[in-house]
Design a protein around this ligand. Structure first.
Ligand code: NAP
Length: 336
């Protein structure tokens, strides 16, 4: 059995980790933490888990690092940088925050608004996107889980940039559901504000932009990236508009994606258009495209808490521990 701890387990990313790991045959969840919910039973805060777990939220200070094989850090940005440097080298650390995704400290500070603590520690972290970094993840002991928007956009663009078929910048229009903002109520996530509405936020400044550019090997002028708050709870829907270097047919576009993702267990090429309704509660990413002369639109849809966070983190754990990669992750999307 794999002994697992979840730091920040009372948050949306943390509870999704627990929910996913409860159906993992070799997961032994030993410890789960909270800050304001310390002492509460998990099922008290999340009654959907009544009868599935007796775990109680512990304070961070009780983290039993030497008695665990894996620690997931599902803490707000800035916290993993303080925790990770003191953890045993042999412990598998998977961080869901943005703390270790960005290599350049100046870029990190510009987008996150505070200095990167421990640039040296950042170098130990492998970017945990299996479709691109699978072999490095297999041997990693420090994994930085990608952002939800970043996963959607990188997967939509990577094959096209690899094949060098894009001319000029790509315009990205990416929408998220309210669970992307975590479990703390805020003005921007309040129901009367979010329901029946759609509004942009962080123009030219979303913190996932630099990790997308870093992974794709591009600079600011290659991507215009705009995020929106959408009136659903779970899901990322991302649209990518671009000009091609030459005329390509719909079938040629399909072949480009098939070359890179044809054997990927969690990427589904959809002949029609993706829809957030058809990926919810799953680790699957639906990608589709439409081409008109030399203009191409690629859409990607994923669940922000699964492939955008906890599902991808468990996929990374499986890879790093030599467990079958898809373990606990093959439940079909839930609809309606
Ligand atoms: N939500 C998503 O869709 C998503 C997707 C990808 C990545 N992420 C990243 O995953 C991380 C967690 O996100 P989330 O949405 O799960 O956030 P969240 O719902 O706000 O949960 C944060 C967790 O951290 C705990 N916490 C807060 N302040 C703390 C402190 N000072 N010391 C110790 N623990 C503290 C909270 O405990 P209490 O509940 O007791 O306050 C809670 O367990 C973030 O870095 C986020 O960017 C989130």
């Amino acid at each position: 059995m794999v002994k697992i701890g979840i730091a920040g387990g009372s948050g949306y990313g943390g509870i999704e980790l627990l929910h996913t790991l409860l159906r993992h045959p070799t997961a032994d969840i030993r410890w789960i933490s909270a800050q304001q919910h310390v002492g509460k039973r998990v099922a008290e805060l999340y009654p959907n888990l009544r009868g599935f777990t007796d775990l109680v939220f512990s304070p961070m200070e009780t983290l039993p690092a030497n008695d665990l094989d894996v620690i997931f850090l599902a803490l707000p940005h800035g916290h993993a940088q303080k925790v990770a440097p003191g953890l045993p080298p042999g412990l598998l650390v998977i961080d869901l925050s943005g703390d270790f995704r960005i290599a350049d400290p100046a870029v990190f500070e510009r987008f996150y608004g505070f200095p990167m603590a421990g640039a040296e520690v950042q170098k130990e972290f492998v970017y945990g996107l299996p479709e691109i970094n699978r072999e490095r993840i297999r041997t990693a002991r420090r994994i930085s889980n990608p952002g939800c928007f970043a996963t959607a956009t990188i997967l939509a663009l990577y094959p096209l940039f690899q094949e060098q078929v894009v001319r000029g910048p790509v315009f990205v229009d990416a929408k998220t559901g309210s669970s992307g903002a975590g479990n703390s109520p805020a003005a921007g996530t309040h129901h009367p504000r979010r329901a029946n509405s759609l509004f942009p936020y962080k123009p030219f400044a979303h913190q996932h932009l630099p990790e997308i550019l870093q992974v794709l090997g591009k600079t600011d002028n290659h991507l215009v990236f705009q995020t929106y708050s959408a009136p659903f709870v779970r899901g990322i829907f991302s649209s990518h508009y671009m000009e091609l270097t030459e005329r390509l047919t719909a079938d040629q576009i399909r072949c480009v994606f098939s070359k890179y993702y044809g054997s990927e267990p969690f990427i589904r090429w959809v002949a029609d258009k993706p829809d957030v309704n058809y990926i919810r509660h799953s680790n699957y990413v639906d990608i589709g495209a439409v081409v008109d002369e030399t203009y191409l639109i690629v859409w990607s849809a994923l669940d922000n808490l699964q492939k955008g966070a906890a599902g991808q983190a468990v996929q990374n754990m499986n890879l790093a521990l030599g467990i079958e990669e898809t373990t606990a992750l093959t439940l079909p999307p839930v609809h309606p």
